[in-house]
Design a protein around this ligand. Structure first.
Ligand code: C2E
Ligand code: MG
Ligand code: MG
Ligand code: MG
Length: 287
C-alpha cells in the first residue's frame, strides 16, 4: 500500500499528530488554573516494612480531576508542567498538602510514618527550593525527618555545585532523599556516594516478571546487596504477586510497595489502615 504525499512534506499535520498537539496545548493551558480551581488532589500508596509487616510510610501521588469529570494521569501532565515551568507551583502545592496531611495524621495520634513526595529535578534546581521546603515544614508543623523526597536517578548524574549544595542543606534539616525508578537511568554506582541517599526504589520494570526472568533476578539481587553495603534502604515498587514478594523477602529487600498490598488511596482510607491493629497482610500468605 503506497502512501501519497502530494507534495506536502509536512506529514506532521496528519490528523493523528494534530490531535496530540492540540491535546498537549489544552493540558498546558488548563493546568495553569488547576490549583485555583481545586482540581488537584493527592492519593497515597502505603509502603510496608518487610520486617514488621506494617505500614512505615506512604508515597503521595498527584491526581488531576480536570473539569470535575476527567481524570488525567500524572504521566501525561507532569512532563508538560516541566516544560511550561508550571511544575514549580504544582510541586509546591503537592509538598504543602502532603506535609499538611502527615502533620494531621501525627497530631491525631497515629503512629508516625514517613511521607514520600515526588520532586522533579527542575524543582530541586530552582534557587528557592530549600527555602520553600523549610517554609512548608514550618507552616505545616511537619517534622523534617518524616519527609522524604523522591527524585529520579538523573539527579545522580548532576554535578552542579548548586544541586549538591541544596541536597546537603536539606539533609541538615533532616529531610531524606530517595532515588526513584532506580536501574532505569544512566547513573553509575559511584555516583550514589555523592549524595546522602537514604533509600533507593527499584523500578517496577525489574519487579515485573521477575519470578521467571533470570536476568531480572540477578539485577535485583545485585541492587539489594549493593544498597546494603552502602547502608541504603531498598524499596521494591510495583509488587503485584505473592511470588514477587517471596523472592524479595528471601533476598532481604527492606520495603515493599505495590498493588498486592494497596493501590494509591485517599487519606481517609490510609487512616482506616493505620487505625486497624491488623490488615490483610500478603506476608502472612507467604510465610
Ligand atoms: P512513580 O513515582 O514511580 O510512582 C509509581 C507509579 O506506579 C504510580 O503511578 C503508582 O500508582 C504506580 N504503581 C504503584 N504500584 C503499582 C503496581 O503494583 N503495579 C502497577 N502497574 N503500577 C503501580 P502514577 O500515580 O500514575 O504516577 C506516575 C508517575 O507520575 C510517578 O511515578 C511520578 O514519576 C509522577 N508523579 C506522580 N505524582 C507526582 C508529583 O506529585 N510530582 C511529580 N514531580 N511527579 C509525580
Ligand atoms: Mg515515586
Ligand atoms: Mg518510582
Ligand atoms: Mg516508576
Amino acid at each position: 500500500k503506497s502512501k501519497e504525499v502530494k507534495g506536502n512534506k509536512f506529514t506532521i499535520f496528519e490528523p493523528i499528530f494534530d490531535k496530540k498537539i492540540q491535546e498537549n496545548f489544552e493540558i498546558k493551558n488548563n493546568l495553569r488554573h488547576a490549583i485555583n480551581k481545586k482540581e488537584l488532589f493527592l492519593n497515597y500508596q502505603p509502603i510496608y516494612s518487610s520486617l514488621t509487616e506494617k505500614i512505615i510510610g506512604v508515597e503521595a501521588l498527584l491526581r488531576w480531576n480536570y473539569e470535575g469529570n476527567k481524570l488525567i494521569p500524572p504521566s501525561k501532565f507532569i512532563p508538560i508542567a516541566e516544560k511550561s515551568g508550571e511544575i514549580n507551583a504544582i510541586g509546591e502545592w503537592v509538598l504543602t498538602n502532603a506535609c499538611k496531611q502527615n502533620s494531621i495524621w501525627q497530631s491525631s495520634g497515629h503512629k508516625p510514618i514517613f511521607m514520600s513526595v515526588n520532586v522533579s529535578i527542575l524543582q530541586l534546581e530552582h534557587p528557592n527550593f530549600f527555602e520553600i521546603v523549610r517554609r512548608i515544614l514550618r507552616e505545616t508543623g511537619m517534622k523534617a525527618r518524616y519527609l522524604q523526597l523522591e527524585i529520579t536517578e538523573t539527579i545522580l548524574t548532576k554535578n552542579t555545585v548548586q544541586v549538591i549544595e541544596i541536597v546537603k542543606q536539606l539533609n541538615k534539616l533532616g529531610v531524606r532523599l530517595a532515588i526513584d525508578d532506580f536501574g532505569t537511568g544512566y547513573s553509575s554506582l559511584g555516583q550514589l556516594s555523592k549524595f546522602n541517599v537514604d533509600k533507593i526504589k527499584i523500578d517496577r520494570m525489574f519487579i515485573d516478571g521477575i519470578t521467571n526472568n533470570y536476568n531480572k533476578k540477578k539485577i535485583v539481587k545485585a541492587i539489594i546487596s549493593m544498597a546494603k553495603s552502602l547502608n541504603i534502604g531498598v524499596i521494591a515498587e510495583g509488587v503485584e504477586t505473592i511470588e514477587q514478594l517471596g523472592f524479595l523477602k528471601q533476598n532481604r529487600c527492606n520495603m515493599i510497595q505495590g498493588y498486592l498490598f494497596s493501590k494509591p488511596i485517599s487519606a481517609k482510607e490510609i487512616e482506616r489502615k493505620l487505625s486497624k491493629s491488623y490488615d490483610w497482610y500478603p506476608f502472612k500468605k507467604y510465610n
